[in-house]
Design a binder for this molecule. Sequence first.
Ligand SMILES: [Zn+2]
Length: 446
Amino acid sequence: MALNARQFLSRVLITIVLFAPVSGFTDANRKTEKREDQTLYLALDAVPYSLVKELYDKGYMAGYSEPSLVISTFPSTTTSGLTGLLQPIGVKRALGYDAIFYDYGDDRVKGSLLTALKEKYNDYERIFDFYRHSFGQKFLIYAAPGVAVQRDMGHLQTVLRKNPRKKNIFYYIGGTDGTAHVLGRKRHAHILRHILNRLDVIRTRYKKRFGRELNVVLFSDHGFHYRHLKGMRTSLLEKMLKEKGYHLSKNLNGNGTVVVTEWGNISGASFYTHPRDTEEVAHLLNKIPGNDLTFFRSGRSIRVLSPDKGDARIDFDARGKQFRYVPLTGDPLLYREVAEKLGLAADGDWFLATSRHYYPDALHRIYDAFFTLVENPATILCSTRDDYEFGDPVTRFSSKLHGGLKGTHGGIFFTSSEAFVATTIPGVKLPPVLRYSEVFKFFVAP
Ligand SMILES: [Zn+2]
């Protein structure tokens, strides 16, 4: 087939990219390394199951297991997602749901979207042999996501070469998140194919260099919902709160203060309130156009509010292992039928019944968000409609300059929550659908 000039150029570029770092494995002194297996755990930020499955079906993933669907945490953000995945291998709770969080101890909002936390990293970052921590490192993910991916895949060879005896290498690729937000699905698929190609080359060279296979476990932290989004209006939120005597603040030290932590332009948000204000503020948030579901703790239960589908209650046992969904004025999670069948049931049964639902595995995920994922749990959590995002008007505006956001994640609905895992390790049989906390039970702890 004849190539036009553009196709030719892109092939040349791909060839250069693929073969440029060839010195990676070949210039080092060849030593006979022990033939013990090494596994690369490669975290691909924001790569949804459905995209990976599509590439797998098209034959781009020879040697990998068929990808499994992993239902991510709620909120479906990187900090929450990676913490939830890695808690079973010893990772401690995150400070908050995302890079910006409220700290009860110091009564103030900390962190920023792009700057590294000065005092301490979230514990999951400790596991990674490579992670983009600082402002400059993270900025590249969104300013030039393709460049970030290429650099990081190049650096991966160096990390592997320098650590031949380390049994498990954990490596994070963030440019896939930037690609999805800024460039959309087609380019997301393109960058993913590029990563898979690079991995094939790396594994071939690795085998030559070390005389053994490099095992790979590919996984993502959350899904992605590709569509143009409307922004929820913070000014409207402020106005509605003001009418009832509340105001947004950076701390809770005052009458009627409500703390909001924004996570970038994504489909969720967390709010911190004085306990006496929680229920009233939750009902106000429920009325903001674009908000789909509002969750808040109420005594020994969790309440779920929806502006058009009514309210419900989630009951759970002391260990968070059994759940019941009780429709009150309506059925916000659309679980009524399942709830009538299950009653008070083990969370594994809820998972089986709801893992492919529009709000997958919601009871367990909401429970974890309030009780097990973070050190500073919110009193109220929101999940937006899938055509809205909540966040900073400045980044919203600047994204408009280059065509607007191409989608987001963060919410509890399916597309935001469909992460994946796939592996080249022979003999590892992954179930077709897993909860985030089950993924690393199939692999060896680092
Ligand atoms: Zn993102």
